[in-house]
Ligand binder design. Structure first.
Ligand code: 48F
Length: 254
């Protein structure tokens, strides 16, 4: 029995890793922005992989607002909640509250059911680039426990027509690309303090392509463009995920 368990895991896991080493879209981060983008891209028929550093998904949704188990979503993002069949309750002034566990479960189920592959426990630590002027053509990844061990182990590659940084506050993928491939001409300005209503709009407006082959979504947009943060209101994250999916799809179909 043990032999069969081991063989089932090894053969099926390696088959998946092989299949997803060459994709249309690689999304880094399974928070609200990454999962939303994954669903809208996968349902268009694109081959989508999501790499998430933790062994769980949802990013910043789980802790709610300072550990109180509710997050807020505004009217404009309600159509996305409906797409994912997430329930919401009215609060003041066009705001709604959502249960974090339900949002995590349904965003992830929506992405997976649309055909996206989510791989957990993967830390993305670099990009691949080609050409002059350069274009991002993929990424380098390593299992998170190896990265945490501090030992130098060479990572493996994923080739992608588009890479989306949905890594949250630190915009890790765009930051590494900016630092290590200066020819891409990216400047990461750093996030500003909170101004929620302005930030929720600007984050969606600035969502999109940062350099050829490289896109940014979610709160990472604030770090890249020096926009204010917003706190536990998540409509902008969902709308940013949907917008980056539209921008990437348009670029890949052009
Ligand atoms: O942080 P996160 O939820 O980013 P988001 O989707 O949403 C932001 C909100 O949660 C919140 C906010 C809302 O208004 O301000 O902060 O933009 O999800 C980012 C995910 O990316 C993973 C991380 O573990 C988290 O689940 N991640 C970060 N860096 C890496 C990564 C990396 N280098 N490789 C793989 N996963």
């Amino acid at each position: 029995m043990e032999l069969k368990i081991g063989r089932a895991i090894i053969s099926h896991a390696l088959k998946d890793l092989d299949e997803y080493s060459d994709v249309d879209v690689a999304i880094v981060g399974a928070g609200p922005a990454g999962l939303t983008a994954a669903r809208y891209l996968a349902e268009k028929g694109l081959k989508v992989v999501v790499y998430e550093r933790r062994f769980s998904f949802g990013g910043g949704i789980g802790p709610g607002g300072n550990m109180l188990p509710k997050i807020v979503v505004q009217e404009e993002a309600v159509p996305i909640l409906r797409d994912f069949k997430v329930r919401y309750k009215p609060a003041e002034d066009g705001l709604y509250t959502v249960d974090p566990a339900e949002l995590i479960a349904k965003l992830a189920a929506g992405a997976v059911d649309a055909g996206a592959k989510i791989i957990l426990g993967v830390h993305v630590d670099d990009v691949i680039f080609r050409g002059d002027p350069p274009r991002v053509t993929g990424l380098l990844w390593i299992w998170t426990p190896i990265q945490m061990s501090g030992m130098h182990v060479d990572p493996l590659y994923t080739q992608a027509k588009a890479v989306i940084d949905a890594t949250g506050h630190d915009a890790e993928v765009v930051s590494v690309a900016a630092r290590k491939v200066p020819e891409l001409g990216i400047q990461v300005v750093g996030e500003k303090s909170a101004w929620s209503e302005v930030s929720e709009k600007l984050v969606v407006e600035h969502t999109g392509r940062v350099a050829p082959g490289l896109y940014v979504a979610g709160i990472a947009v604030c770090a890249v463009y020096g926009l204010p943060r917003m706190g536990p209101i998540f409509g902008g994250m969902l709308m940013s995920g949907k917008k980056v999916a539209e921008v990437v799809y348009k670029d890949l179909m052009a």
